[in-house]
Design a protein around this ligand. Structure first.
Ligand SMILES: Cc1cc2nc3c(=O)[nH]c(=O)nc-3n(C[C@H](O)[C@H](O)[C@H](O)COP(=O)(O)OP(=O)(O)OC[C@H]3O[C@@H](n4cnc5c(N)ncnc54)[C@H](O)[C@@H]3O)c2cc1C
Length: 221
């Protein structure tokens, strides 16, 4: 298999618990693809702002989209530095001591700058955003009209400076605490759908598509 490992930069080097740092594009991409949305951090007039946004990845490009009126997208479009993070919560880690309680997680941090996306790439990116959230949906959803496209900004951030950090361990208690008669372990968590709720205006009998009933965010095991 081709290695996708990369060297961290000074700002992507995980210093706290460095053994949890992962510098591998396959891992970073998998975390980005599983996360439904990301958080976009940037500075406007000296004020740090972090906003949640849907993203989508095609190859080594990460796309975000929104209204042309969006302050966030207008700021990013101007070329300001951006830091994008995603976090997948995999479990609650219950240790014997309060101090050693933790979370199991997979997270990724990306540094870069955004560029404007136009033309065919814009259409591909918008499809990718829909497919990222609900794989299979573009086959059924009406594509954007020219007027809707005029109201939409799409930006891309190249995935070339990133890190992943992953915790998968059981609790790591102090040796003396292992004899305590208290339950310890991991409560695994994952994002799972509940029963679909049809739109009140949906004609009766409209079948629920399989991409809805089978929607899953868990990585293939
Ligand atoms: C899960 C999720 C996914 C989203 N996906 C998208 C997307 O794909 N595209 C998109 O354009 N928008 C998305 N949004 C909305 C997005 O977070 C912003 O609200 C929106 O983009 C407007 O940005 P703005 O810079 O114009 O906000 P402004 O309205 O200019 O922000 C002004 C202030 O409003 C507050 N504010 C803005 N947004 C939020 C927020 N989400 N939560 C709490 N306070 C807020 C903050 O204090 C901010 O400083 C998403 C939100 C969530 C929660």
């Amino acid at each position: 298999m081709t290695s996708t490992a990369f060297e961290p930069t000074p700002r992507t080097t995980v210093r706290r618990r460095p053994q949890r740092g992962v510098y591998d594009w396959a891992e970073v991409h998998a975390i980005l693809d599983e996360a439904v949305f990301c958080h976009v951090g940037f500075v406007v007039d000296g004020q740090p702002v972090v906003l949640p946004t849907i993203h989508a990845r095609i190859g080594d490009q990460l796309y975000v989209h929104g209204s042309v009126a969006s302050n966030m997208l207008r700021s990013l479009r101007a070329g300001v530095a951006v830091c994008i993070t995603v976090t997948l919560l995999d479990g609650l880690v219950l240790a014997r001591s309060a101090f050693h309680h933790s979370l199991n997680y997979r997270s990724a941090v990306i540094f870069g700058a955004a560029r404007d996306v136009t033309g065919d790439e814009l259409m591909r990116a918008l499809d990718a955003v829909v497919e990222h959230v609900v794989p299979g949906r573009t086959a059924d959803a009406r594509p954007p009209s020219p007027d809707e496209l005029k109201q939409t900004t799409v930006l891309a951030v190249a995935l070339d400076e990133a890190s992943a950090k992953v915790r998968t361990d059981p609790p790591l208690d102090d040796e003396a605490d292992y004899e305590r008669p208290v339950w310890a372990g991991v409560l695994p968590l994952h994002l799972a759908p509940a029963a679909p709720v049809p739109d009140p205006r949906l004609p009766a009998g409209t079948p629920v598509p399989s991409y809805v009933t089978a929607w899953s965010r868990q990585p293939s095991l």
